[in-house]
Design a protein around this ligand. Structure first.
Ligand SMILES: Cc1ncc(COP(=O)(O)O)c(C=O)c1O
Length: 388
């Protein structure tokens, strides 16, 4: 087989850290161990039936068998705008302030393509979702990290960022409720973000992937609810987590009109829009009854209470997450996140994600997903704490 020389950009792509973890886990599963996998971020519940029915209905429609309009169907953009109005009181122009995406991940990577040149700087949270790094690397730009620490409620402390870094930065990624720390944003933090972005001409991208998942009745806030947010940024919303539609690949970007236009323009060259039936079902998800979302959040809250409650009962004092479906657990003295995750896998057959996979600030933690039943989570908590 001939091996062709790859484009330089291919060598710059970050290592897919979690591919290694998947391999380790399969080894234990293949050996027949009863492995409890809390290491991934893949929602375990099915897509609500009324959304599946809408897909079936859409699949029967010959008009959807043709190419979709380049920038997506008007009805889905309208549904996204209505969703933002209803859920957050944010008014959006569906034609100019909404871009349909093949899932949030794609939008996050595209944004760097749209705005970063080689040598430019993007600010990324550490720990943070690794796909921010992918887009930055593809653009040949570099990253400066914003540490997320417990003492600051896992929000970046802008005062600690160097003025020269802030002046150089063109783009900033934020994500609340946060993967992996489970931190949530406050109104004052978003206000500070808008001020900083204005002062230093930084484009803010708020990744709102876990926007629906807040506990104890606390609904996570949208960045666009902040005065002036649309001037400086966009928000990326995905249906993956809110409606258990991770496999469907559908989301949207909303906010700053010129940024939305850039994303749409780039997409004109990459794709024709999503299958019409998927757009039809996505609109049904956004427009239809939201009871399924309430039930899902209740499910995660019950799981959270069961898992964290049991860890605490058994003597491991850990904090309850306020949002997202992750628990960010500090590793005991003497371990790194990777050695601790390996230890749990080997001795308890429980999989957690080592925090180092999200950045160097993550190395004192492991991430556990609330993505299995309460019974299994309690069993995982018992197996883990038995080792101490
Ligand atoms: C923080 C964060 N952002 C974005 C995404 C992307 O989700 P999707 O591409 O399924 O929309 C994920 C998925 O796990 C995530 O955890």
């Amino acid at each position: 087989m001939k091996r062709f020389e790859q484009a330089e950009v291919m060598g710059k792509l970050p290592e897919q850290f979690f591919a290694k973890l998947v391999k380790k886990v399969s080894h234990y599963v293949e050996q027949g161990y009863d492995v409890i996998n809390l290491g991934q971020g893949n929602p375990d519940r099915p897509t609500p039936q009324h959304i599946v029915e809408a897909l079936k209905e859409g699949a029967e429609r010959p008009d959807f068998h043709k190419y979709s309009p380049f920038r997506g169907h008007g009805f889905l953009k309208q549904a996204a705008a209505d969703f933002y109005q209803r859920e957050y009181g944010v008014t959006l122009d569906p034609d100019k302030e909404v871009a349909i995406l093949f899932g949030g991940k794609v939008g996050l990577v595209e944004l760097s393509q749209c705005y970063l040149n080689p040598g430019d700087v993007a600010l990324v949270p550490d720990p943070g979702y690794p796909d921010y790094w992918s887009g930055v690397a593809m653009a040949g730009a570099s990253m400066e990290t914003m540490p997320l620490r417990k003492e600051n409620e896992f929000l970046p402390k802008y005062d600690d960022l160097h003025e020269t870094v802030l002046n150089k930065a063109k783009l900033m990624f934020l994500n609340y409720p946060n993967n992996p720390t489970a931190g949530v944003a406050t109104e004052s933090f978003f206000k500070e973000t808008v001020e900083l972005a204005n002062k230093h001409d930084i484009l803010v991208c708020h990744d709102f992937a876990y926007g629906a998942i807040g506990f104890e009745g606390q609904k996570p806030i949208s960045f666009l609810q902040t005065e002036g947010a649309k001037d400086v940024g966009i928000e990326i919303y995905t249906l993956s987590k809110t409606y258990n539609m991770a496999g469907w690949r559908v989301g949207f970007a909303v906010g700053n009109e010129s940024v939305i236009e850039s994303i749409n323009l780039l997409q004109d060259h990459f794709y024709v829009s999503l299958f019409g039936a998927v757009q039809h079902a996505a609109a049904e998800a956004l427009n239809g009854s939201q009871q399924c979302v309430d039930e899902l959040v209740d499910t995660y809250e019950r799981r959270r209470n069961a898992f964290i409650g049991r860890l605490n009962e058994n003597g491991w004092n850990v904090e309850s997450p306020k949002g997202s479906f992750f628990c960010w657990l500090p590793v005991p003295e003497g371990y790194t996140s990777e050695t601790f995750a390996d230890y749990l896998l080997e001795k308890a057959h429980v999989v957690v994600a080592p925090g180092i996979g999200f950045g160097s600030e993550g190395d004192r933690y492991v991430r556990a997903g609330l993505l299995t039943s309460e019974e299994r989570l309690i069993e995982a908590a018992d197996r883990i704490t038995k080792l101490f």
